[in-house]
Design a protein around this ligand. Sequence first.
Ligand SMILES: Cc1cc2nc3c(=O)[nH]c(=O)nc-3n(C[C@H](O)[C@H](O)[C@H](O)COP(=O)(O)OP(=O)(O)OC[C@H]3O[C@@H](n4cnc5c(N)ncnc54)[C@H](O)[C@@H]3O)c2cc1C
Length: 550
Amino acid sequence: MADDYDVVVIGGGSTGTAVARDCAMRGLETLLLERDDIASATVGTCAGMISSGLKYMDEPEIVDMCSEEVVHFRRIARHLIMKNPILTPLMQMSDVSTGGNFAEEYSKRAETRDVPPVLFLTPEDALEIEPTLNPDIIASIYFEEYFISPFRLCLLQAIDAQRNGASVRTYCEVHDIENLDGDGNQVTFFDRVSRKTESVVVDCVVNATGPWADEVADMASANVEIRSNKGAHVILDRRVVNVGIIAKAVDGRMIYLFPHENTALLGTTALDTWEDPDKLVASSDEIEYLLKSMEWVVPSIREARIIRTMEGVRPLVADWKKPEDDVTRGYEILAHEDGAPGIFSFVGGKLVMCRHMAESVTDMVCEWLGVDKTCYTHMRPLPGMDGDLDVLALSKKYGVSQHMVERMRTRHGTETEQVLELADAHPEWKTTVCTCEPVMEAELRYSIQEEFPRSLNDLRRRVRLGTGPCQGTFCTYKASAILTKELDWSGIDYQLEIMDYLAERWKGKRPSLRGEQLSQEELMQGIYSCVGNIDQSDAEYQRKPWEGIC
Ligand SMILES: Cc1cc2nc3c(=O)[nH]c(=O)nc-3n(C[C@H](O)[C@H](O)[C@H](O)COP(=O)(O)OP(=O)(O)OC[C@H]3O[C@@H](n4cnc5c(N)ncnc54)[C@H](O)[C@@H]3O)c2cc1C
């Protein structure tokens, strides 16, 4: 039987998109299948810290690998990366020795990663940098770490895979994998947009489905075990701190508070979980654990409003009878040679390792296929990384605020000029749709035309629409109208889209709402239903094809 593809990659998170890019760049006929949107699962809930891995100082090979990956990311995706200063306030003498070990390990790799060595600061110096710190600190460590936009990284990896010949299909859920006795594997999937079931025959399958890796392996009668570990974040409505803070939580684990765009990210918890990863909700205990712990070093933290929570499952290597912190953050690739030949599954790993993970599995796929091609994903820039951008000059040339152009630069890099060209051709698209971020109409249009979103939530992932303090209160209607026009939807689709978007936002907001904030939110829902007329309970319409099916 002739194969449709050399390899099918299942999962459009950081791992799957990196694998599809590597396979395509090595000339393999590649198909990426994602059941939802790119970066819609675990990777979309992570902090985006591409650190040197120093939390795992007892795994030096992982620390070295992460440090090296940071260097590669800075080469291929500098426009998506920020370097953030971080303070670790020390509250008691016993913290000092841990700080000393960290400083030594960090400083060894500082030059490679282009960061200054760790500094020990007096309380006065630390408080000058971060006046919100508890004045009782006895010292502070200062260091710098890199962060990457997880959504944009995955999207650009997927787009680069496409540009290298891969076929990328979102909203396609794999339902079955059948071994064809020496003739490859048949992968059957359901396209949630066209509502059609399709099958392809392939030589290799890469199972990059993170917390779902066991379920997907099971479709091929292969066995994968994961130690599922839940992590929750709380997002605050303002930049509570000037710099990142890493502190010890009530149980001695390290937690963080990072300023992020117009908000702040407080995280994270780490709990063994047997919950369905599709139905995760941050518990009140998790929220209180984070607030209580951070309150010791940033006493004013509760003055900020929680705008939502964000939770995901770390698909860790199944290393049992150990505290979560002691479980390796490395990854394994399981080649299911006996029962399911040609199928490779990932367990473990991190965002920062995704390129490395992809290189390893693509080497295995190439060996299986008898293809002799080397990896160059660490050398070739991602889209938008082919030079520097003069933000001021572009702002003047196109009459768009410098702030707006700068925000676009962090998403599109050198391709920002294409967005600005669109705005120039349609000056009415220079209006700001999302004022929190801000996002200009031309950028939304560009993203819809070039970055294959199918919903407002997909747009949120691509351009941060509705992620600021108002959580979409002011941009949802307008953005839905733009999406409806660009995708040629009907009026009913327009309203359904708003309902879906609000439902998704509500899911993240609800766990954190209490007291007056809860009643305000319910009032807002009422306004949407009555004034916005989205509560059409008697309307006879079909839901969008991919809703409520899988
Ligand atoms: C709270 C938290 C914070 C974290 N912070 C960091 C950090 O700062 N830095 C870092 O390096 N790492 C961090 N991590 C770890 C990191 O996020 C994960 O290791 C990584 O994102 C996993 O990516 P993935 O692509 O393997 O999985 P996912 O992002 O979960 O992608 C798997 C994809 O497979 C798809 N899928 C599942 N079943 C099917 C099917 N049948 N058909 C088609 N598609 C399917 C899913 O829809 C999903 O999109 C964090 C994790 C958590 C939970």
